[in-house]
Design a binder for this molecule. Structure first.
Ligand code: AMP
Length: 555
C-alpha cells in the first residue's frame, strides 16, 4: 500500500481502554448477574452494575496508594468476582495486570514476580502461606492485598497485608478511566518455555479488545446477552481465553467457578445456573463426563463447550454430542496469541457431507479467526500448500500475536512478521487447521506445561544417573504425562521410588513422573543430543510401554 495516497479517516480517535467493556456491561446490562463459587463453599452473586462500581472503587484505591500508569500488579487467584473486578480496575487506570499461575513451582513464581517487578500482589487466602514463605525473596512487592473481607482475613506476616474490602472501603465510586493509548500494555502473562526461564507476554488494550470482538462472533464463541457463560478456564491462563472480556462485552451472565474444577462442582454450577456455554481443557470435561456417567445425570441447559489447550479426542466429542446433545467446538490458541487462534465451526460445505467425514473435520483445531493469519512452512521456510496433508511449522501473525517477550530486546518473528508457534500442522482447502505434532520439546498435562528439559536436568543431578530423557505419553485423565527414561551408572541399584523422592522438592509435585523406566541406552543424535524421535515413536505413539527397550535401540 502506498501510504502517501491515503487521506486520514475522519472518525473519532476513540482509544480502546479495556475498562470500557465493564463500563458498557455495567450501564447496559447492569442487572445481569455474575455468580461466583467461592473457595469457602458459599456462592456470591452480584451484577455487572455492582462490579463496575466496585471496580471504580478499587481504581481509586490504587490511585491513592500511588500506583502509576505502567506499574505491574500481580494477581494470584482463582476465577471469582474480586479477581474479575480487579482486572478491570488495574488495567483501566493504566497499570498492568500480571496474572500469576498458582500451579507453578515456587521458584518459577519468584522468578516471574521479580522479573515483572510487581509492586502489589492480589492474592487468594489459600495462597497466603506460600507467599509468606517467599516474600523475603520478592523485594519489589510493597504490599499484599488478600482477596477476602475483614471478617475472613486471617493474621498474616505478609508485609503491608490488607483485605480487599478494607482496601476499597470508603473509596469513591466515580472514576474516569484513563484516556489511554490503546497500544499500551494492559496485562502480562508468563508462558513456560521449552528451555530457560518463563517468558512474559505483554498484552495491550487493543489486542485484548480486538480478540474479544472476534471471540464473541458467530463463527467463534457466538456469545450474546442470552448466553450464560461458565468461565472454567482460569484467568491466569491467557485471559481465560478471552472470556473475561467477551462475556461482559455482550452482557452474558457470567459464572465464575472458583478453585473447584472437579466433575461434581462443575456439574452443580452448570445445572444450578443453567449454563449454556463453557470453555476448558479436555481434562476438565473428562472429569465432568465421568461424574455424569457414574451418577446418571444429564445436561439439559448446556448447548456448546469450547475445548482447547490440548487436542480433543473422538470419544470426548462423540460422548458430548450423542449422550448429552452438547456441541463441542475444538479451539486452538496459545499465550503468545492472546490466546485465541482458531475455532472449529462448520462451513456450508460441511452440511453436505456424511457423518464420519463431519467428525473428521470437527476433530481439527478449526479455522483462523479474522485477525489471525495462518500458514504452514517447511524447515527451510517455504510455504506449504493448504491441502490438508502437507504438515509443517504453524506460523501466525496479526494484531494479537506477540512481537517480542517482555523485557527482551529482540523480536521473535521471521523477516515477514510470522511467529513460529512450535506446533506442526496441516491446513486444508477450507482453512481448517489440524495440529499433527509438536516441534517444541514440552509436555502438556491437564492444561499445564511440564518442561521435559527441566525434568531431565533435575534427574541428571542425581549422582547415580548417567543419562535421563523425558517424553510425553498419552494419559486418559491428564491427556499427557511425562515418562522418564533413565540410564543409571554402573552398579547402581536406584529404584523408581528413590528417583521420585529425589525429584520431589526439585520440581513441582505434579511434574514427578508416575512412570520411570530403566534403560540400558538412550539414543543420541549425531550431535550428541538425546534423540527423542525414536523414543516418542516407540513409547508415545505405539503406547507400547511394556516392550523391551533393547529392541527399540536396535531398531
Ligand atoms: P499455552 O500457551 O499454555 O496456552 O499453550 C499453547 C499450546 O498448547 C499450543 O502451542 C499447542 O501446542 C497446545 N494447544 C493448544 N490448543 C490445542 C489444541 N486444540 N490441540 C492441540 N494442542 C493445543
Amino acid at each position: 500500500m502506498n501510504l502517501s495516497t491515503t487521506i486520514p479517516g475522519q472518525m473519532q480517535p476513540f482509544s480502546l481502554n479495556l475498562a470500557y467493556i465493564l463500563e458498557h456491561a455495567g450501564k447496559f446490562h447492569g442487572e445481569t448477574e455474575i455468580c461466583s463459587n467461592m473457595a469457602a463453599g458459599d456462592v456470591h452473586r452480584y451484577t455487572y452494575a455492582e462490579a463496575l462500581r466496585r471496580s471504580k472503587k478499587l481504581a481509586n484505591a490504587l490511585k491513592s496508594y500511588g500506583i502509576n500508569a505502567g506499574d505491574r500488579i500481580a494477581t494470584l487467584a482463582w476465577n471469582d468476582f474480586r479477581h474479575f473486578e480487579s482486572w478491570y480496575a488495574i488495567a483501566g487506570q493504566g497499570a498492568v495486570c500480571h496474572t500469576v499461575n498458582p500451579r507453578l513451582y515456587p521458584d518459577q513464581i519468584k522468578y516471574i514476580v521479580n522479573h515483572a517487578q510487581d509492586r502489589l500482589v492480589f492474592v487468594d487466602p489459600q495462597f497466603v502461606p506460600m507467599l509468606e514463605e517467599m516474600q523475603h525473596e520478592l523485594p519489589s512487592v510493597e504490599a499484599f492485598i488478600v482477596l477476602t473481607d475483614r471478617d475472613n482475613f486471617k493474621p498474616t506476616i505478609l508485609r503491608g497485608a490488607v483485605d480487599y474490602e478494607t482496601f476499597i472501603e470508603d473509596k469513591p465510586e466515580i472514576f474516569e478511566w484513563l484516556d489511554i493509548d490503546e497500544q499500551a500494555a494492559s496485562s502480562l502473562c508468563y508462558t513456560s518455555g521449552t528451555t530457560g526461564d518463563p517468558k512474559g507476554v505483554l498484552f495491550s488494550h487493543r489486542s485484548n479488545i480486538l480478540m474479544a470482538y472476534a471471540a464473541c462472533s458467530a463463527d467463534a464463541f457466538k456469545l450474546s446477552a442470552l448466553s450464560t457463560v461458565l468461565m472454567v478456564v482460569p484467568m491466569f491462563h491467557a485471559n481465560s481465553w478471552g472470556l473475561v472480556y467477551a462475556a461482559p462485552m455482550v452482557g452474558a451472565k457470567l459464572i465464575l467457578p472458583g478453585p473447584k474444577l472437579d466433575g461434581a462442582s462443575i456439574y452443580q454450577l452448570i445445572d444450578n445456573e443453567k449454563v449454556s456455554f463453557s470453555a476448558a481443557v479436555p481434562t476438565v470435561w473428562n472429569m465432568l463426563l465421568a461424574h455424569l456417567i457414574s451418577n446418571g445425570l444429564s445436561l439439559p441447559y448446556l448447548e456448546e463447550v469450547v475445548i482447547g489447550g490440548s487436542a480433543v479426542s473422538r470419544t470426548l466429542l462423540q460422548q458430548f454430542k450423542q449422550q448429552y446433545d452438547v456441541d463441542v467446538l475444538h479451539a486452538w490458541g496459545m499465550t503468545e496469541i492472546n490466546p485465541l487462534g482458531s475455532l472449529n465451526r462448520p462451513t456450508a460445505k460441511f452440511l453436505k457431507i456424511g457423518e464420519e467425514e463431519q467428525l473428521a473435520i470437527k476433530l481439527k483445531q478449526g479455522r483462523p479467526l479474522f485477525g489471525i493469519e495462518m500458514c504452514v512452512q517447511d524447515e527451510s521456510g517455504n510455504k506449504l500448500p493448504h491441502d490438508g496433508v502437507s504438515a509443517g511449522r504453524l506460523m501466525v501473525r496479526g494484531p494479537w500475536v506477540v512481537r517480542r517477550y517482555y523485557k527482551s530486546e529482540e523480536d521473535i518473528l521471521d523477516e515477514d512478521g510470522w511467529f513460529d508457534t512450535g506446533d506442526i500442522a496441516t491446513i486444508d482447502v477450507d482453512g481448517f487447521m489440524q495440529i499433527t505434532d509438536r516441534a517444541k520439546d514440552i509436555i502438556k498435562s491437564g492444561g499445564e506445561w511440564i518442561s521435559s528439559v527441566d525434568l531431565e536436568n533435575a534427574a541428571m543431578n542425581h549422582s547415580e544417573i548417567e543419562l535421563a530423557a523425558v517424553i510425553g505419553i498419552p494419559d486418559p485423565k491428564w491427556e499427557e504425562r511425562p515418562l522418564l527414561l533413565v540410564k543409571t551408572k554402573e552398579n547402581s541399584n536406584l529404584s523408581k521410588e528413590q528417583i521420585q523422592a529425589y525429584l520431589t522438592g526439585q520440581v513441582a509435585k505434579w511434574w514427578v513422573p508416575e512412570d520411570i523406566r530403566f534403560v540400558p541406552e538412550i539414543p543420541l543424535t549425531a550431535t550428541g543430543k538425546i534423540n527423542k524421535l525414536p523414543l516418542r515413536n516407540f513409547y508415545g505413539k505405539s503406547h507400547n510401554l511394556d516392550s523391551d527397550p533393547l529392541n527399540l535401540l536396535k531398531a
